[in-house]
Design a protein around this ligand. Structure first.
Ligand SMILES: C[S@@+](CC[C@H](N)C(=O)[O-])C[C@H]1O[C@@H](n2cnc3c(N)ncnc32)[C@H](O)[C@@H]1O
Length: 265
């Protein structure tokens, strides 16, 4: 996958491109991340990228001519890369915005698995955002990382890159680990334990020491179902449970209610 990011703070992206899963994916050639700085496309000696808003009010707006030039340059790069590598598919221009659709695990999966569109241009806004005419002309999709406003689109862009990169084939050390994470099967992940067996007087659940793989798998599924019921019941509303899953969840509820003396439904 080829990702170009447009940002006036390109150095921020070293935080992800030089560490962990993303650094490994880049090294393995599964992912390419490059940066374009709108200041390099500005038309004055001060490298100005923002102007005062028409109609007045606080804040500045990213200028349409500068932003159009940098997006055009990114589209041109994508075109050239496609000519050099015929495996690369369509390019999508994405604007990170609190007004966009909410970025989720399934959105990340769609980006990671969509071979027809494996070239992304991520536009990170600053100030009050980007002149609307540029968004209208160039942007294919707007994505938000949550219902709050950040000072820039850099962190949201990094969140998108990280969530997508770890789902790219062969970018995680252990492929299974992404499949077991929260949301991958519509449930939250089960709890995890490591050495020592006793910590502050608390033992590791006995079944995890049993070596019985079937029993361990069943316990993990039951914990996953139970946690989702306790913490994110909305996820269960959208999931069709098998008869076995219903039985395990009922068992979990009984044990939970027994421990808490409460009547959770
Ligand atoms: C201060 S914000 C501008 C917010 C804009 N005036 C609004 O209220 O919709 C500056 C930039 O941060 C980014 N941003 C802020 N919050 C975000 C979020 N929740 N998701 C994605 N991007 C966000 C966008 O790129 C935005 O252009």
């Amino acid at each position: 996958m080829d990702i170009q990011v447009i940002s006036i703070f390109p150095e921020m992206f070293l935080a992800i491109t030089e560490h962990g899963v993303i650094a490994r994916a880049i090294k393995q050639g599964v992912l390419n991340v490059s940066l374009l700085n709108p200041r390099d496309f500005a038309n004055d000696k001060h490298s100005t990228v923002d102007g005062r808003p028409y109609g007045g009010g606080p804040g500045m707006v990213m200028m349409p001519d500068v932003m159009a030039s940098v997006i055009e340059a990114a589209l041109e790069n994508a075109q050239q890369r496609k000519q050099a590598d015929d495996k690369l598919g369509k390019t999508k221009v994405v604007y990170l915005s609190p007004q966009g659709q909410c970025f989720t695990h399934s959105a990340a999966k769609n980006f990671a698995e969509n071979d027809e569109c494996d070239s992304l241009i991520l536009l990170a806004g600053r100030y009050e955002g980007v002149d609307e005419r540029v968004l209208q002309r160039y942007v294919d999709e707007e994505w938000s990382v949550g219902d709050y406003v950040l000072s820039g689109g850099e962190l949201p862009a990094m969140i998108m890159i990280d969530a997508i990169a770890r789902l790219l084939p062969s970018s995680l050390g252990n492929v299974e680990s992404a499949e077991q994470d929260s949301f991958s099967n519509g449930l939250l992940d089960c709890p995890h334990y490591t050495r020592p067996e006793q910590f502050n007087g608390e033992p590791v659940p006995q079944v995890l020491l049993s070596g019985d793989h079937q029993a361990i798998e069943t316990w993990r599924l039951k914990q996953s179902l139970g946690r989702t019921w306790l913490r994110r019941p909305d996820l269960l509303e959208n999931k069709a449970l098998t008869a076995e899953e219903i039985r395990l969840l009922d068992e979990f509820k009984l044990e939970f209610n027994g421990c808490n003396g409460s009547e959770f439904e």
